[in-house]
Design a protein around this ligand. Structure first.
Ligand SMILES: *Cc1c(COP(=O)(O)O)cnc(C)c1O
Length: 454
């Protein structure tokens, strides 16, 4: 057989790509990477890119953190793999659960492990279905989320995700209800204040619960800041408005902190930044600083107690993944938490976030085609518009955000196109000089592309 020769050709010949704009790949080839240095990644041709997306939001300690790699190696030497079934689990798993509850916003709680964020959301839905049925509410099965939310790709978590692309799979499944995305700049009506917008969304929630029947709803899931929806912080007072409604109707509130968790918003949890107390937290991505596939459901006291009681009744919770609570993943997570919280990474986010915001705001003010800057901490998005005053988007066929991201790549900067936005969520180790490099290259790319399309 004739094998293709180049890395790019070999990649295209044998790999099926997910979440990849194929016309861009066909035209430009695949970037095949070999290693990383701090926040940079290096390709097979020796080109360096500042990865302003931390891989996929998760490589918060960069791409060559010695301590993390050593923690992994040490655990591979000590006990390289085990499960958490049949009353056995590794010591690392015990320690990580203890740690996660300790740093959670909960006074008490319990942790359950998965291999990904999708599976953690899936697991949480199964927990809620099981719990409600066990408590005599078997009809409580519907799940509330928001349009533009991203909760994952398994059949259930994709149904929770509020993106039109899931139509190709015939999703969402029945019983997954999407509420309005709390993006005031885009969805606020003419003359509506941000407070009125938030109040309207709260009324929508109340009306949805009345229409569907509170006794048919299993839970409400929300990201504190929507990540893959395009970095959308909640409208002012959003969680303070929706939480009392959920509580009144006995609907658990789950905070999907897969992106926000462990310092991305400037505090350990997004729910701390936005000052609300969920009933459970979903974690992944940053949990292992991207070094191991791992997710976790962290239950607060109320759900932990109720679920424990329900499981005692049937004697066994029939759920779990072969690699749930993997000792190497747990050892890495323990080290990652220590690195983020105690080695200055979280502090660095808090220190440099104002510079990031100011730099991006200045870029927006100098441009005729950036309609909105939104974000917090180390997660921001710039939204491209054809016309600023009317917020009119560019024609979709121009693929403006893809062009911006591709131009950035040519300049040695990786950032992500999302809808008409460009997303920047750099590793927490970014230095001030690297922040300036990111801002400079981004503005150069924006100017080049806007000169072509405007
Ligand atoms: C990435 C993400 C997920 C899914 O995590 P995977 O590990 O990719 O399955 C779920 N929720 C949020 C908020 C995410 O950003």
């Amino acid at each position: 057989m004739d094998r293709p020769q180049s890395w790019e050709a070999r990649a295209e010949e044998y790999s099926l790509y997910g979440f990849t704009d194929l016309p861009s790949v066909h035209r430009r080839g695949t970037v095949v990477l070999t290693h990383g240095e701090g926040p940079y990644v290096v390709d097979v041709n020796g080109r360096r890119y500042l990865d302003a997306n931390s891989g996929l939001w998760n490589m918060v300690a960069g791409f060559d953190h010695k301590g993390l790699a050593e923690a992994a190696k040490a655990q591979y030497d000590r006990f390289p793999g085990y499960h958490a079934f049949f009353g056995r689990m590794s010591d690392q798993t015990v320690m990580l659960s203890e740690k996660l509850v300790e740093i959670s916003p909960f006074a008490r709680g319990k942790v359950f492990y998965t291999n990904s964020g999708s599976e953690a959301n899936d697991t949480m839905v199964k927990m809620l279905w099981f719990l409600h049925a066990s408590e005599g509410d078997p009809a409580r099965r519907k799940i509330l989320t928001r349009w533009n939310a991203y909760h994952g790709v398994t059949a259930v978590s994709a149904s929770m995700t509020g993106k039109p692309y899931n139509e190709v799979f015939g999703l969402p499944l029945p019983g997954f209800i999407h509420l309005t995305c709390p993006h005031y700049w885009r969805h606020g009506e003419a003359g509506e204040s941000e407070e009125q917008f938030t109040a309207r969304l709260a009324r929508e929630l109340e009306e949805t619960i009345r229409r569907e029947g509170a006794d048919t709803i299993a839970g409400f899931f929300a990201e504190p800041v929507m990540g893959a929806g395009g970095v959308i912080p909640p409208s002012r007072g959003y969680f303070q408005a929706v939480l009392p409604i959920l509580r009144r109707h006995g609907i658990p509130m789950i905070s999907d902190e897969v992106i926000c968790g462990f310092g991305r918003t400037g505090q350990t949890w997004g729910c701390e930044t936005y000052d609300f107390m969920p009933d459970a937290i979903i974690s992944s991505k940053n949990l292992t600083a991207g070094l191991f596939p791992m997710g976790a459901v962290i239950l607060g006291p109320d759900l932990a107690d109720r679920l424990q009681a329900a499981i005692e009744e049937i004697e066994e919770f029939p759920h779990g993944f072969t690699a749930s609570g993997h000792p190497v993943g747990c050892a890495i997570a323990l080290k990652a938490i220590d690195v983020v919280m105690n080695e200055g990474l979280a502090d660095n986010v808090r220190r440099l976030a104002p510079r990031m915001e100011a730099g991006l705001r200045a870029i927006m003010e100098r441009s005729d085609h950036i309609g909105e800057l939104r974000g917090i901490g180390f997660m921001w998005a710039l939204e491209a518009v054809k016309d600023k005053p009317t917020k009119t988007p560019f024609d979709g066929s121009l693929s403006v955000s893809e062009r911006i991201a591709n131009t950035c790549t040519d300049l040695g900067l990786i950032c992500r196109p999302l809808g008409q936005s460009i997303v920047l969520c750099p590793p927490f180790i970014l230095t001030e000089a690297q922040m300036e490099e990111m801002l400079e290259k981004l503005e150069l790319a924006l100017n080049r592309v806007f000169a072509e399309v405007a």
